[in-house]
Structures are given as structure tokens and as C-alpha cells.
Design a protein around this ligand. Structure first.
Ligand SMILES: NC(=O)c1ccc[n+]([C@@H]2O[C@H](COP(=O)([O-])OP(=O)(O)OC[C@H]3O[C@@H](n4cnc5c(N)ncnc54)[C@H](OP(=O)(O)O)[C@@H]3O)[C@@H](O)[C@H]2O)c1
Length: 242
């Protein structure tokens, strides 16, 4: 899929990995809708800014009505703090599932007809290596990402007939403010170079999308997928960072 002269929509573009997606897509010659729950926080020269909460169907419908030329959908936005499944706050667990699973599903349902009308295009869902493992202290997030992986595989089948490439980015720890804050609160030391730089991850993802790959893995994703051939394992955050 050629990104030059494509029209991309990025969710959660006000910060973190989503902001880098929007910046790099513009650099590669795409028209970009940079969307956010709080559009006033989007600072991306050249982007078309839209308000969008992916868990709110009316908000998703309004964004779709304003972005009828989209042919690349980047489902990046998500809540990443689900907490513990057994003893954690249930509202946090629900919010994580709502954004990662239902939010991504709302976006795909709203944009699938638009992608079809625009020649098929592509969807990229941002998953996580914890989809294939789990992680102590944030198992609700791992479970939501596992659900999103299943969703991605199902949607790929359903949209194959309209020529839409449905791809999964499966990364590990990436140096966003959210990740650094989490490491600090958890008292984890971060070795230099332990985390992906967001821009490197985004370049890997967009190169993979341009090459038509259906799964795009960084080194953490490769290791996590290999664990699936054996008994379930947890992602060792301390080892990954230290
Ligand atoms: N960083 C990592 O180590 C890492 C590793 C693997 C996978 N990922 C995945 O990569 C993606 C981005 O992560 P990140 O580290 O960049 O996260 P982040 O810095 O915490 O940013 C999350 C983004 O998602 C937005 N968002 C959350 N819920 C939303 C909703 N209901 N509607 C619209 N936007 C919403 C946030 O908006 P607000 O500013 O309004 O909260 C923010 O823009 C996520 O899917 C995450 O699971 C991250």
C-alpha cells in the first residue's frame, strides 16, 4: 500500500505513539486526520484535526462523516492502565476493554464502508506483545490486547473481499511519557536503549504497511510470539527494561 498521496486517520494523535504516526505519515506525503478526545492538544503542522472519542459511537460517526476520503485507518488510541483482573477496579478494567476492543471495533465498523469506496485501503491496529503473554500488575490490559488480536484476525477475513489490508502492529516497551511514568511508579530502572523510540516503531509499522504485511513485530513482539509454542508466560517488564 502506497502511503504517498493516501489519506490517513490516526486515533489518539495528541501524544505518544499516535502523534508520531501522524507526523511520519505527513512526512511520507499522506493527508492526515489527527484525531483526539481533546483536539486542542493536537500540535501537528499540516494535519486536519478532528475531535474523536473511540468509545463514543456518536463521536465516531461524526468523525467518519467528516473524513470520507480516508483510505488508511490507524487504530492507535487506547487506555493502557487496566490493572489487576481479580482485585483491580472493575471500571478501569472495563475502560481498557472499551477502548482497546470496542473502540477499535467502532472505528472499523464506521470506516469499513469508507475504505471500500476508496479502493480498499488499509487498517493498522496497534496491539502489544502482552496480547501474546500477559503482564503482572496490568493483566487486564494484556487481556484487552488479546481480544483486540482476535478482533484483528476476524476483521481481516471479513474485509478481504473488499480489498482492505488489515494489519497488526505488535510492539513491546516504547518510550512514551505513559511508559516512563509507569516505570517510575513501579520503581523499574530503565537501561539506555531498552525501549523502542516511538519514531523508530512508527517507521517499522509504516514500512510494514507499505510492504503489505499483516503482522508487524518489533523484537519484543517476535519474542512474545515465540512463547505461544509453549506454556503461557508473562512478559517480564523488569528484564526488558533493566
Ligand atoms: N508505549 C508502550 O510501551 C506501548 C507498548 C505496546 C503497545 N502500545 C500501544 O500503543 C498505543 C499508543 O500507546 P502510547 O504509549 O502512545 O499511549 P499514550 O501515550 O498513553 O497515549 C494514548 C492515546 O490514546 C488516547 N485515548 C485513550 N482512550 C481514548 C479514547 N477512548 N478515545 C480516543 N483517544 C483515546 C489518549 O488520549 P488522551 O490524551 O485524551 O488520554 C492518547 O492520545 C496503545 O494502543 C498502546 O496500547 C504501547
Amino acid at each position: 500500500m502506497e502511503l504517498r498521496d493516501s489519506t490517513a486517520l490516526v486515533t489518539g494523535a495528541n501524544r505518544g505513539i499516535g502523534r508520531h504516526f501522524a507526523l511520519e505519515l505527513i512526512r511520507r506525503g499522506a493527508k492526515v486526520y489527527a484525531t483526539a478526545r481533546r483536539p486542542e492538544l493536537v500540535d501537528i503542522p499540516g494535519a486536519h484535526v478532528l475531535r474523536l472519542d473511540i468509545t463514543d459511537e456518536a463521536s465516531v460517526a461524526a468523525a467518519a462523516a467528516s473524513a470520507l476520503d480516508v483510505d488508511v485507518l490507524i487504530n492507535n488510541a487506547a487506555s493502557t492502565a487496566g490493572g489487576d483482573l481479580v482485585t483491580g477496579d472493575l471500571s478501569g478494567i472495563r475502560e481498557t476493554m472499551d477502548s482497546n476492543y470496542y473502540g477499535t471495533l467502532h472505528m472499523i465498523r464506521a470506516f469499513a464502508p469508507i475504505l471500500a469506496r476508496n479502493g480498499g485501503g488499509a487498517v493498522l491496529n496497534v496491539l502489544s506483545a502482552v496480547a501474546w503473554t500477559t503482564v503482572a500488575g496490568n493483566a487486564a490490559y494484556g487481556a484487552a490486547k488479546s481480544a483486540e488480536w482476535g478482533l484483528t484476525n476476524g476483521v481481516r477475513l471479513e474485509l478481504a473481499g473488499q480489498g482492505t489490508l488489515v494489519s497488526a502492529l505488535v510492539p513491546g516497551v516504547t518510550a512514551t511519557e505513559t511508559m516512563r511514568d509507569y516505570a517510575k511508579v513501579a520503581g523499574l530502572q530503565i537501561r539506555d536503549g531498552a525501549m523502542n523510540e516511538p519514531i523508530d516503531l512508527v517507521r517499522l509499522a509504516l514500512d510494514g504497511l507499505e510492504a503489505g504485511e499483516i503482522e508487524i513485530l518489533d523484537r519484543f513482539g517476535v519474542e512474545a510470539k515465540a512463547t505461544l509454542t509453549g506454556p503461557p508466560q508473562a512478559f517480564d517488564l523488569e528484564k526488558a527494561l533493566g
